[in-house]
Design a protein around this ligand. Structure first.
Ligand code: FIX
Ligand code: ZN
Length: 453
């Protein structure tokens, strides 16, 4: 519809530089013209530092657990999965190689002999390009010497700056044999990293891990009978003191059901959810993983399955005092997750997780979330496992979001209401910061780490 005509039709005025209505939302007079919307959206997205609500990154205190640099970027499990489709090497032969040999092989197969147009390969190109490193070399000599020359702490600051994120939320497993000792020795807080208490070994593989709790003095047994749930709750409270997690989290298989009489569900309802209520932090449910469909690929061996979200419906309804931070791994679950979020205000959808984190799907998911939830959701997380991944993952998010938000504001103008830059700032801040901050323990500053116990 031509501009003039649709203005008459909608009876609204787009901004004229001196519009100064005193009774409307735009009384501060900064209505922007339709033509100004794209640049205003882009400016706000670029200038607003985001919270990365779910990653597998670690603060410097965790030493070697924190992955960074070109060899780690290339041996990312997303790329390992792609390698086996473009090389004759078999997984068992690949695993026998050194990290350096694996990276060389992946570079050769996916970046030299193949054009890196997949999401994960293009991401490595974008990360190299962000540091003004050549992206088309036949080998990794220059990239390796660049990363070797970086000092980790200042490199972290530089990378977070480049990615436009002010806070990284980690994934921390109190039963991980490498990570637990770091916590038990006392971890210095880092102002840009916050912890999450990850519960997979308790809620999903209790039979293989209950003895770890027993060995730490908690009176639990394999059937989680008697006082086991109360003891698990003590375990959670003890680790909350150590980690100060901003939420608790678990990744659930596509077969997860609730209600269902399982050890995991008993611990969920009698230990985890009460502890989350007492601590006033949400539980993150990441639903729909088909674990190890091809074990030969190790971390790359997981797949996606459609979950039965009636389990989520039942949890949100049965535990109205708990908050659920939810991401689903199947594209088929995304729309119903939006519908459930409209039914339960204690449900916060977040991110385009893992196999969903591709522009074609991110665009579809985020559009339907804006259409059904406005700005009451958390659009994205990086799930980064290697530090420099946040650069391309968040650049991709800003690129996709710019088009989506511009389209949303243009529709608003066409349908009869102007928009101000202040409102765009408010929306982007809510989507990428305050929804996460208000919903999790991020709203409180990290307490001083407890003395060594
Ligand atoms: O459970 C999770 O936190 C998943 O994100 C990971 O297990 C997965 O390997 C991953 O990193 C996906 O991006
Ligand atoms: Zn993850």
């Amino acid at each position: 519809m031509p501009k003039k005509q649709h203005e008459r039709a909608s009876g609204m005025r787009t901004a004229s530089p001196n519009s100064t209505s005193q009774t409307s939302i735009s009384s501060d007079g900064d209505l922007i013209t339709e033509a100004q919307i794209p640049s205003a959206v882009e400016d706000v997205l670029t200038s607003t530092p985001f919270v990365d609500i779910h990653t597998h990154l670690y603060s410097p205190a965790f030493g070697k657990l924190g992955l960074w640099g070109i060899d780690e970027l290339l041996t990312y499990h997303y790329l390992e999965a792609e390698l086996f489709r473009s090389s004759d090497i078999k997984p068992h032969q690949y695993w026998a190689l050194s990290k350096r040999e694996q990276a060389d092989l992946i570079w050769q197969a996916l970046f030299v002999e193949t054009t890196p147009i997949s999401e994960a390969t293009r991401g490595v190109v974008a990360a190299l390009n962000a540091f003004h490193l050549p992206t088309d070399r036949l080998d990794l000599t220059e990239a390796r010497s660049f990363f070797k020359a970086q000092s980790y702490e200042s490199h972290i600051q530089r990378v977070l700056e480049m990615a436009g994120i002010s806070l990284v939320v980690m994934t921390n497993d109190p039963l991980d044999p490498e990570e637990a000792p770091v916590w038990l020795n006392g971890v210095t807080n880092h102002r840009q990293f916050r912890a999450v208490l990850r519960l997979d070994r308790i809620l999903c593989t209790w039979s293989a891990h209950w003895q770890l709790l027993a060995s730490q003095g908690y009176k639990v047994d394999e059937q989680a009978s008697g006082h086991s749930a109360a003891e698990v709750r003590c375990f959670l409270m003890d680790w909350h003191k150590r980690m100060q997690p901003v939420y608790m989290a678990v990744s659930l298989p596509d077969t997860f059901g609730y209600p269902q009489d399982t050890v995991g569900n008993r611990l969920l309802t009698e230990a985890v959810l009460p502890a989350c209520r007492e601590l006033n932090i949400p539980l993150s449910l990441m639903m729909g993983v088909r674990k190890q469909v091809n074990p030969a690929l190790r971390l790359a061996g997981d797949a996606a399955g459609r979950a039965d979200l009636r389990a989520l419906e039942n949890l949100c309804r049965d535990f109205p005092e708990n908050r659920f931070l939810v991401s689903v791994l199947s594209r088929e679950n995304q729309h119903e997750l939006c519908v459930y979020a409209r039914k339960f205000s204690n449900l916060m959808p977040f991110g385009c997780w893992w196999f969903m984190n591709n522009p074609s799907i991110v665009e579809e998911i985020t559009r339907e979330r804006i259409e059904m939830l406005g700005t009451s959701f958390i659009p994205q997380h990086s799930d980064a496992r290697v530090l420099e991944q946040v650069i391309y993952k968040w650049n991709n998010t800003r690129r996709t979001m710019a088009g989506l938000l511009t389209g949303s504001y243009r529709l608003l103008v066409e349908d009869g209401r102007g928009v101000t830059r202040r409102e765009i700032q408010r929306d982007v801040t809510r989507l990428f910061r305050s929804n996460a901050e208000s919903w999790t323990g991020l709203r409180e500053p990290a307490a001083d780490p407890p003395t060594r116990t």
